[in-house]
Write a protein that binds this ligand. Sequence first.
Ligand code: FE2
Ligand code: FE2
Length: 408
Amino acid sequence: MYVERLDSSWLKHPFLFSKLKEIKSENQVKKLKTAGVKSVYINTELGLDVFDPPHAMNSAQQAVQSPVSDPAQETDSSDGEAINPPEETEPVPLFQEIETARSLYSSATQFVRNFFQDARAGKIVDYKEAVPLVEGIIESVFRNPYALSILANLRLHEEYTYTHSVNVAAMAVVFGKSLALPRKELIDLGVGGLYHDVGKFRISDEILKKPGELSRQEYEVIKKHPAIGYKLIQNHTELGEKPLRIILEHHERFDGMGYPRGLRGSSVCKAANMVSVVDTYDALTADRAYRKAADPHFALRTMYLERKERYYYNLLEQFIKCLGIYPVGSFVKLTTGHYAIVIEANPFYPLSPTVKIMLDKNMKRRSPEVIKLSEFLNGQRDRISIVEGLDPEKLTFKRRLLEQAVFA
Ligand SMILES: [Fe+2]
Ligand SMILES: [Fe+2]
């Protein structure tokens, strides 16, 4: 039997990220059942059928449409205010949105640079621009959620601290949108994302950019940045309570092993825990002084290993569903032997995003071609799928390729 994809609990199955395709033995079926998989999509053109296909398909469909408990439904006590959802924004293709997103990304980076520099110089930090900037981010994400995500991956400006803050704000909005959060909560996530590391203005570059492992004392200094940031911003009540909690609690963990207060379980603000997911993802996918960037696909794998300790129930699974197994910016090899960049996720078929083929089988440039891998799932065309994500450490040219894929 050829398994096309699993039901909504596929994120928990023991073969996650592996090349599960063909079920050949009872033992494999048992393993899937033990992992909680209740139904699967099969491709009867590639493998055996079952006795009652219509029923099997219906239950799979149902499972996919009723995902595991949704963190968006679990509200904090401070979320009680009734808020209108964002107004409908006309979606546009990635290539139409990318230039607008690029200028937005530049303005946001400049804004973050200014407030860090002002904080360092002891000047009044600008809070007025944050909300309009985040509103611009929200509009862009509703027009096309992948434009800012790709720019986040590209890191057009070199200074990590600034681009990181913008990336976290943008990706937090993308994440919040995927959970259908109301506009006010998207603004809180974006503003909290922009300011989440503002407390680092007090930490020296020697520590922030240290190429090696931090000493115990240096780590203790780093651990102060949430409280420092909170103190700097706490009197600016116009920002609201949520962004403040994001600043203070984005390093708290669900198991109580985080800092600064070691909060546990639901005493951690959920918006802060969402920013924590995005924060870790962005940090892992960036080049740092002490290690190379991980490809988005590999970053998610790393985070998945610690999902229960660090995050609210299912929060990481929701994030992976939002980004796809191969998030935008991933460099992948296809079954045709060609190499491609992922440019759009597919929430319904996480293994079948839209990709842009950039290199031939010999890793030589070829004319770019955009293909939606989901269009190859129905068996009417020769199947093309992703064989594997590639480790960018071996691919020094990836960034240039990504730029060409997006802007060419
Ligand atoms: Fe932080
Ligand atoms: Fe951060």
